[in-house]
Write a protein that binds this ligand. Structure first.
Ligand SMILES: Cc1ncc(COP(=O)(O)O)c(C=O)c1O
Ligand SMILES: N[C@@H](CCCC[NH3+])C(=O)O
Length: 444
């Protein structure tokens, strides 16, 4: 295959070494990619591709980086955002580490229950909670609803009254700050659908405070995802604290702050802040505010998703064909946009590397594309890769919003998932079969 002229858009070599994490390393000669001590090529041979593989140690380390950043500073619960990766074995691992959970649907609540976690440690966000979802959550004893509209507050009150079960509520406020991230994953601007405006919040709190079946628990604010700059967190916190002062003058006292998730990860060359860079400073600001206004320090929670699991996972995919059209080379692989939606949806960058680095193997510049019938079905563009048909590639930083955003488009089954943890290789989700896909449409 003729190598293309390299230009500045070409990603030289297969992988930005910085995207390889502590538990994802090339070992041996020839260099083979490993997660902890498991050889990924052997896993691809044993379990087939496409295959998601996660490092339990990486997930634990990432979770502990949050827990340690807050240790001794305040009463803090880290509520892992289930939408990032909702495999029940990963949820169990995190529950065992002490995580609470941020959920957005009855399905996510059912998953944490299946994982053996306590619903009381779950906060339920989302702009469109149905009566059925609210009923289920109250019956299961969900910790708190993060309420996103006045209408939703009324609905929760009605359901709670009907069931005779008081509901704990926090308002998710929209602070109208720019999280400086991709517009599709910014959530804290007034043009976004999320949260209640600062202007409306006092009225909704007053309603909740007066209702016999609502218990005002706290305030919640999540401004967006893949944040690489910490300053929007501080802007949002300033606005939240100002609102709390205003509410206090109405006799509404808030004792819990949920500051959301959103800390980014390195996909290519980003330098996102670490929890230890951000959380202690946020906590210090809250402590200072509480001391100045003569209040007790509130309890806190954070809702990280991507930064817990993103760099703990890779997607393994086999090269089926190398193809050349005009002046473009394609590496056609067996994973596609239905397995990893992020490139098609956000033009997101993911590092790519062959699992085995063979010296002297000729390289060329490829677009790595899947078999789905869409021109947008690409996983990586303009990458210099030394590959041949049959080789297996790792798509890096695929642990968050990978499998959870997967679909059956083109009637493709979802990939299998493997967790490497404490020296063991565990299949944590079977590959979806054609029969699995047909089940909901047959024998009706
Ligand atoms: C309400 C809420 N909390 C937490 C998260 C987790 O965000 P991230 O994965 O960026 O940490 C999200 C997703 O952006 C969210 O919508
Ligand atoms: N799906 C997004 C993140 C969305 C965050 C949810 N509010 C991504 O893949 O980056």
């Amino acid at each position: 295959m003729k190598p293309l002229q390299s230009d500045s858009t070409v990603q030289n070599n297969q992988v930005a070494p910085s995207s390889l994490s502590r538990h994802l390393q090339f070992l041996g000669s020839p260099a083979k990619l490993h997660i902890e001590h498991a050889d990924l090529q052997s896993l691809a041979t044993q379990f087939g591709t496409p295959l998601y593989v996660y490092s339990g140690a990486e997930i634990r380390d990432a979770f502990q980086s949050y827990a340690q950043a807050c240790k001794g500073l305040a009463e803090v619960t880290i509520c892992y955002a289930v939408k990032a990766n909702s495999n029940i074995h990963i949820l169990k691992l995190l529950a065992d580490e002490g995580a609470g959970f941020d959920i957005v649907s009855a399905g996510e609540l059912a998953r944490i229950i299946a994982a053996g976690a306590s619903p009381a440690k779950a906060v339920f966000a989302g702009v469109g909670k149905t009566v059925e979802e609210i009923t289920y959550a109250l019956n299961q004893g969900v910790g708190c609803f993060n309420v996103e509209s006045e209408q939703e507050m009324h609905r929760i009150a009605e359901v709670a009254e009907k069931l005779g079960k008081p509901a704990k509520v926090s308002l998710r406020v929209n602070p109208d700050v720019d999280a400086k991230t991709h517009p599709y994953i910014s959530t804290g601007l007034k043009e976004n659908k999320f949260g209640i405006s600062m202007q409306l919040a006092p009225r909704v709190y007053a309603f909740a405070n007066a209702h016999p079946f609502l218990q005002v628990h706290g305030i919640d604010c999540h401004i967006g995802s893949q944040l690489t700059d910490a300053s929007p967190y501080f802007d949002a916190l300033d606005r939240v604290l100002a609102l709390l002062d205003q509410l206090a003058t109405q006799g509404i006292h808030i004792h819990h702050l949920d500051l959301g998730g959103g800390i980014g990860i390195r996909y290519r060359d980003e330098t996102p802040p670490k929890p230890a860079d951000v959380l202690p400073k946020l906590i210090e600001k809250i402590r200072h505010w509480a001391a100045q206004s003569g209040r007790a320090m509130p309890s806190l929670s954070f809702e990280p998703g991507r930064s817990i699991v993103g760099n703990a996972g890779v997607l393994l995919t086999q090269v089926e064909f190398l193809k050349q059209n005009e002046d473009k080379n394609f590496a056609i692989v067996d994973a596609a946009m239905n397995d990893l939606m992020r490139p098609a949806m956000y033009e997101a960058f993911h590092g790519v590397t062959p699992l085995i680095i063979e010296q002297d193997k000729p390289s060329a510049v490829y677009d790595v594309v899947g078999p789905v019938c869409e021109s947008g079905d690409w996983l990586a563009r303009n990458r210099e890769l030394a590959v041949a048909p049959g080789d297996v590639l790792a798509i890096l930083s695929a642990g968050a919003y990978g499998q959870t955003m997967a679909s059956n488009y083109n009637s493709r089954g979802r990939a299998a998932e493997i967790l490497i943890d404490k020296g063991q290789v565990r299949l944590i989700r079977k590959r979806e079969t054609i029969e699995d896909q047909l089940r909901c449409e047959q024998n009706l």
